[in-house]
Design a protein around this ligand. Structure first.
Ligand code: NOJ
Length: 589
């Protein structure tokens, strides 16, 4: 593995659930031994970082985010030995591993909570937050799981007090005003770092502390505690990272980076729904506006960008009108809405439109940040809204057209969730084996584009400048890093579009398309004219004109004057410019 402390800036992250990936023991549930067998697939896909959903002992009422032992492995998924072997095997393939640190709460089945509710005198009582009068305390905090909970307080009949919970009532919040809780979590962090993992996604991190008269989110005490986590990380370990899950406006997420002394990465929640809005409105505004509102971050920090994940497509960070628009456009099925969001996978959201899938990945892979791909979305897997909660987007990975989608040899009834069998997204038609064999498949397209992205540091580290052509159906920008200049042009419209780009700052430069290495005419004096097919996009490298050669002989016939305007008409593109960057990906189509 490389030793770059900024590795996360160039990461392409793949989010997966152990239970959903591959079942090696034929009990209907995926496991670490199975995941290890599938690492070659992930290496071939080109990702270089895995983010694992929770795999700890848990009653699984919130799919593992309700933890009953922070230092163990759920036996269904394997043993600690299996886990360590998985980390080693991933590292052997240059793939880093992020795991979940669920600090905000435990399961109500955790021995700490069991102790706490059994006796008010127990030392564990103060691990949680209690009150006699729920109407008086922390009333300004919103309820997050709106469809399931009415209040953030739940009555405990055993100890006859109310306890605080931001998520399901079976997930009591830990009390970070108790220094023992703070210390215990630091030790749990070290415990997992010692297994060799490369970092943590910090689940539900805005809610660690509560204070009356506030929304109980993003409090200064929470930031102070996160800084102590970071110190522990930096003092004793190398190249490990923290990724904040703070579903907040970007100005409220900004403090999670601190002065480069808190989290390395944070998800960009507000951008995600705006990508979907821009697509349906065929207008670049939602994306440009949100990116322009995004504050700058310290140089060693990075946004984590995503289109979908294991939760509902959250609409907490848009206005009520925008939310209504998103529901109208993307939540047609009566069961699609959940809490303040939409429980569909990416392909069904886009009506399985191949061009839309590619376009959204073009945007995901080329805006500033590290992209996160949700397992199965690399081949356009479907969902099942009838499964309840968010389970419809967590069904078994579709490997082949064989029984149980090649995920497990158990009886179908034994699977932790049914595989997708509908005529459009069913495993007989959507599976990794079939798509691997088809050069034109979406899976192979993803491989090519992940490779293309990894060729250029500018994608992960470069500056961003929007070009804003008159045609606002076009989202165009320049990414620049050290010697690399990339031009990205996306057509958000379902119709063919013409456009003119002001590339005056790059007159004489040649555009080389990144995947095919095709050279376009050099930039002339007039605006650069392009046309794009429906939902099409281009990724170009801009190549500087070569310095003029020293001529030994006097030139008899003077060169024709450079044509003004339309590129291609006589612009100088001398052979000396032969592409350094062209042909980055073999086009297998
Ligand atoms: C955020 C996670 O993404 C979600 O799946 C979970 O239910 C909550 N945090 C509570 O842990």
């Amino acid at each position: 593995m490389d030793n770059d402390p900024l590795w996360y800036k160039d990461a392409v992250i793949y989010e997966l659930h152990v239970k959903a990936f591959f079942d090696s023991s034929s009990d209907g549930i995926g496991d670490f031994a199975g995941l290890i067998q599938k690492l070659d697939y992930l290496q071939d896909l080109g990702i270089n970082c895995i983010w694992l959903l929770p795999f700890y002992p848990s009653p699984l009422k919130d799919d593992g985010y309700d933890i009953s032992d922070f230092r163990g492995i759920l036996p269904d998924y394997g043993t600690m030995k299996d886990f360590r072997r998985f980390v080693r095997e991933a590292h052997r393939r240059n793939i880093r591993v992020l795991i979940e640190l669920v600090m905000n709460h435990t399961s109500d089945q955790h021995p700490w909570f069991q102790d706490a509710r059994a006796s008010k005198k127990s030392r564990k009582r103060k691990f949680y937050v209690w009150t006699d009068d729920p109407k008086k305390k922390y009333q300004d905090a919103r309820v997050i799981f709106l469809d399931a909970e009415k209040s953030n307080w739940a009555y405990d009949p055993e100890s006859k007090q109310y306890y605080w919970h931001r998520f399901y009532s079976l997930q009591p919040d830990l009390n970070y005003d108790n220094p023992i809780v703070c210390r215990t979590m630091l030790n749990i962090l070290s415990f997992w770092l010692n297994t060799g993992v490369d970092g943590f996604r910090l689940d539900a991190v805005p809610y660690l502390f509560e204070r009356d008269g506030t929304r109980c989110e993003n409090l200064p005490e929470t930031h102070a505690y996160l800084k102590s986590l970071r110190q522990r990380l930096d003092k004793r370990y190398k190249n490990r990272i923290l990724l904040a899950e703070a579903n907040q406006r970007s100005e409220d997420v900004r403090p999670y980076f601190g002065d480069g002394d808190e989290c390395h990465l944070a998800f960009h929640f507000p951008l995600m729904p705006r990508i979907f809005m821009a697509l349906r409105q065929e207008n670049n505004k939602p994306i440009i506006q949100i990116m322009e509102q995004t504050p700058g971050i310290p140089p060693d920090c990075q946004w984590a960008l995503f289109l979908r994940n294991h939760d509902e497509l959250t609409l907490e960070m848009v206005s009520p009108e925008e939310r209504e628009y998103m529901y109208q456009e993307y939540a047609e099925h009566p069961k699609a809405k959940l809490n303040l969001g939409i429980r569909h996978r990416l392909a069904p959201l886009l009506n399985n439109g191949r061009r839309q899938l590619e376009l959204l990945h073009s945007i995901l892979f080329s805006l500033p940040g590290s992209p996160v791909i949700y397992y199965g979305d690399e081949m356009g897997m479907g969902d099942n809204v009838y499964l309840g909660d968010r389970n419809g987007v967590r069904t078994p990975m579709q490997w082949t057209g064989d029984r149980n989608a090649g995920f497990s040899a158990a009886d179908a009834a034994q699977l932790y969730a049914p595989v997708i069998v509908d005529p459009v997204y069913g495993y007989q038609s959507v599976n990794a084996e079939a798509q691997s064999r088809t050069p034109t498949s979406f899976l192979n397209w993803m491989k090519r584009f992940i490779r293309a992205r990894k060729k250029f540091k500018a994608f992960g580290r470069g500056t961003l400048k929007f070009l804003e052509p008159k045609n606002n159906k076009i989202l165009a920008y320049i990414r620049q890093y050290e010697g690399e200049t990339l031009l990205i042009v996306n057509n958000l419209s379902r119709f063919v579009q013409p456009l003119e780009l002001d590339l005056a700052g790059h007159r004489g430069w040649t555009l080389v398309e990144v995947v095919g290495g095709v050279r376009f005419p050099a930039v002339g004096e007039l605006p650069y004219f392009l046309t794009l097919g429906p939902h099409a996009f281009y990724w170009f490298v801009l190549e500087k004109p070569a310095a003029p050669e020293q001529k030994k002989m006097p030139v008899k016939t003077p060169e024709k004057s450079e044509a003004k305007g339309n590129p291609g008409r006589g612009s100088k593109t001398g052979k000396a410019q032969a592409s350094r960057n062209s042909g980055v990906g073999e086009n297998t189509e």
